[in-house]
Structure formats: C-alpha cells, structure tokens
Design a protein around this ligand. Structure first.
Ligand SMILES: [Zn+2]
Length: 362
C-alpha cells in the first residue's frame, strides 16, 4: 500500500516537475534561438488531457513561468482558477510596462542605432501587373495615399523581395484576440497605418466581431489555418489541406468580406505538395524576414530592442508580430513612432484583386 502511495506521489511529483522543467527548457531554447521544444501551447493541451488537476498545477507556477502560457490560457476560460490566473498575468504585464518607461534610456539608445535619417525618395510605379494576379502584391503607402505597384512574384512567397530599402510591411498572426486585437487596432489607427492580419479559423469563429473590425478598419485579412497545428507539414496531405481550406473559409465567412489571396503557414512549416495546393487555389503563401519574437520575449524593453535590431539589420521587409500578446501592444506605439521618425515607410500588401477597391478608398 505504502509503495503504491509512493508510486502515485512520484508520478504526481514528476509530472509537476516536468511542467516547471519543460517551461524552463522552452525559455532557455527561446533565448538561444535554438529549435523549440515544449511549446507552451502544447504543454497546456497535454496538461488538460492528463489526469492532473489543471488549476492546481497552474497555480504552482511562478509568474515568469505562468507568463509563458499567456495567451494560450485564454482557451481555458472555463477553469475555475482562470480569473485569478489572468489577474496574475495582467499584474505582471503592468509592472513590465512601467519598466519600458523607466528604462527609456535604453530605448533611446536603440533609437540612435536606427541610423537611417535621410528621406527616402518617392517610389515610382513599375507598370501594369501581368497574370497570374493572385501571386502579385501591391503596396499601398497609407501615409500619403499613394499606391505603388510591384512586379508579381512567381510563387508569392517572400514579398519582401520586392520592397525597397526603408519599406516595412506589418503583419499580425494568430488572432483575433478579444483582449489584444482591439489594442493593436487602436494604435495602428492612431498612426494611420494598415497591416495584414493572418487569423486562425477557430479563433475567428469564437471572436468574429474582431475579424469584422479588422476588415472594417481597412486592414488586409488573411488566413493562418483552422487549428494552427504545429505539425501541419508532417500530417497526411489531405488532413493538412483540409485544415488550411477550412481556416481560409472560416475567416472569410466570418468577416463577411471577399475572400483574399494571402495565407501563412503555422510556424512557417510547409511542404511542396501544400505549396502546390495553395498555388492551385490561387492563394499566395506569405513569409517574413523579420521575426519580432514577441511570442518568446515578454519583457517590452527587450522586445523593443530586438525589433529595432531586426530593422537595423534588414532595413526592409515583412515583420512578424502576433496580436495576442500584451507586450506586443505595449511596444507598438513607440516602435511605430520611432520607425517613422527614422524615415521608414510602412507599406501594406494588398491582393491584386482588391487593387481598384484600394485605389477608390484612398
Ligand atoms: Zn501562428
């Protein structure tokens, strides 16, 4: 009997230790930019399907560990401990946000390093686009109301290749989040900036009002699969195709707007067969060359400086953010203000079939 009890306690203890250990491993791997084991999202699902008491396990976590599970924890709103966990998370972010103001010297130093102060010259149109239209992009400078067309790219991937120095396209993945999407939308509106939002089908289904609001405010809606599986590129083709198609349909059905042509693979994981399927469906996959790493960096000062470092190194391209993280919303206003001051232009990638609509709108 005693040995059974010890066995039982051992199991509980080791699962618990596992959670702490695996979150620590994840955090270490994130800072080293190594491949990422134990994604917090996956850990939460494993915990939910285990026989352990989820609240008991989550309440044992330190603030730093708990914060790694934000925002995936939103999926578990029915847990009795959900309100208290959220309060803990919010409190942590409030403290971190005061940090960014207190440490403004670091921010200013980051600014100096931007180094691009000269005015960039006006970009001339490069002529009419040729079919296949779905694989092209147009870039709208929302500051001045000018529309700039660029040559289409054969596969539609790496749109940053047709951006010029000083041109940045903002993209936000994994939403909509009823908590963070509104904050991001307000900041973008204040700066008169438009972005591309790659939304997840099952989240759009739950929070369709924020899918609609993205479209209403003139941003470009795009899809990011139905369930955001990390193994999309490993599962049988038919299953993966279904997840992509369902996600695309769901997002645009909820938006009440016209189907658009952009898709982003969850975690960037793709296969040749999936790429062919997208091409056949006249959907362009859309990559990035600057990762804000806002999913891993919780400290807003570090996040801001990482973004600035990415900009310094690349000086043009597509930057990846997620409109589900508090720290993303916390740095966005300052980041946009300083990008503009440094002479950068924010461009919007618009599916070519929406070209006329955009010309009329601006
Ligand atoms: Zn994603």
């Amino acid at each position: 009997m005693l040995s059974l009890l010890i066995l039982f306690l051992n199991q509980v203890y080791s699962s618990d230790l596992n959670l702490h250990q695996r979150l620590t491993d994840f955090q270490q791997a994130s800072s080293l930019e190594a491949s990422l084991p134990n994604h917090p999202h996956q850990l939460l699902h494993e915990l939910a399907s285990s026989s352990l008491d989820m609240c008991e396990q989550l309440e044992k976590l330190s603030d730093k560990e708990l914060i790694l599970l934000d925002p995936y924890i939103e999926e578990f709103q029915l847990l009795p401990c959900f309100p208290s966990l959220m309060m803990k998370i919010e409190k942590y972010h409030t403290l971190q946000n005061t940090n960014i103001l207190a440490e403004s010297m670091i921010v200013e130093m980051g600014l100096d390093q931007l180094g691009i102060t000269s005015q960039l010259s006006t970009i001339e149109p490069v002529g009419e686009m040729q079919p296949p239209f779905f694989s092209g992009y147009s870039f709208v400078n929302t500051d001045k109301g000018e529309v700039v067309y660029r040559k289409n790219l054969i596969t539609g991937e790496y749109p940053n290749m047709s951006l010029e120095q000083g041109e940045i396209v903002f993209t936000f993945d994994d939403g909509p989040s009823p908590r963070i999407t509104p904050l991001i939308l307000d900041i973008l509106a204040n700066h008169q900036i438009k972005a591309v939002f790659f939304q997840i089908g099952n989240k759009s289904l739950k929070h369709k009002e924020w899918t609609q609001e993205v479209v209403k405010q003139g941003h470009i809606l795009a899809s990011h699969s139905y369930s955001h599986r990390s193994d999309l590129y490993k599962i049988p083709f038919e299953k993966a195709r279904e997840d992509i198609d369902q996600g695309h349909k769901e997002v645009f059905y909820n938006s009440g707007s016209e189907d658009a042509a952009f898709f982003r693979y969850p975690y960037g994981g793709r296969t040749q067969k999936l790429a062919q399927h997208l091409y056949d469906s006249k959907i362009s996959s859309f990559f990035w060359n600057m990762d804000s790493r806002d999913w891993a960096i919780k400290d807003p000062v570090k996040l801001y400086n990482h973004c600035v470092e990415q900009i310094n190194r690349n000086q043009k391209g597509v930057i990846l953010f997620h409109d589900i993280h508090t720290q993303t919303a916390n740095i966005m206003d300052l980041f946009l203000k300083n990008l503009k001051q440094a002479g950068y232009k924010i461009r919007l990638a618009v599916p070519l079939k929406w070209k006329e609509q955009y010309e009329k709108a601006i």
